[in-house]
Design a protein around this ligand. Structure first.
Ligand SMILES: [Zn+2]
Length: 190
């Protein structure tokens, strides 16, 4: 497959020269004072912010595969905390989505693809001996609402989270953009 890099660089030259950035100018502090943790799913690139009424400058948007905080000290949790303490975030929304690729992931199938792509079996064995648990690291999400709820709990209960920052859980339909509320943080109404 052809690399997209040159296409992107050419487009970018025109984008800047035409001053197409003008409508996107905004400050670095989120006007709505929210952080949104969501999934890297391609269908959500524009749909997620549009369906939530979020525009450039409104929010801190953090994305990964599955909208997960997989470890209380991973880079996602760090991003949320930096958003709160350094960048005016006052409310956190975890937005998973139906049809997430992380729900159907099969650790053994991923490992098989790695070896097909040239990763040596010895490398995988070395990592296993060093303590990497691939079946856990690549484990599929149970149900999307449950996974969102688990991530919400991890964030709410984090020892470095201020008590007055509400954390809500939602699931978005990647076709219609409809949001289903999984968990409203009662602290938001306090
Ligand atoms: Zn996803």
């Amino acid at each position: 497959m052809l690399s997209q890099l040159d296409t992107i660089l050419t487009f970018n030259q025109h984008f800047v020269a035409d001053r197409a950035f003008e409508p996107f100018r905004s400050g670095k502090l989120p006007k709505k004072e929210i952080a949104v943790l969501s999934c890297m799913d391609t269908r959500l690139i524009e749909l997620l912010p549009r369906s939530m009424g979020i525009r450039n400058g409104d929010a801190k948007i953090i994305k990964n595969a599955g909208a997960l905080v997989s470890d209380p000290f991973d880079s996602t949790m760090r991003s949320i905390l930096v958003g709160i303490y350094e960048l005016s975030v006052e409310e956190v929304l975890v937005v998973g989505h139906y049809g997430c690729g992380m729900a159907g992931i099969d650790p053994d199938a991923v490992l098989a693809k790695m070896t097909q792509r040239g990763i040596a079996h010895e490398t995988l064995d070395t990592l296993r001996h060093a303590g990497v648990d691939f079946s856990q690291w690549l484990s599929p999400l149970s149900s999307i609402p449950e996974s969102v709820q688990a991530t919400v709990q991890t964030i709410r209960n984090h020892p470095l989270m201020p008590a007055n920052v509400p954390v809500h859980g939602l699931v978005i339909d990647p076709e219609s953009g409809q949001l289903d509320l999984v968990s409203r943080d009662p602290r938001a109404d306090a």
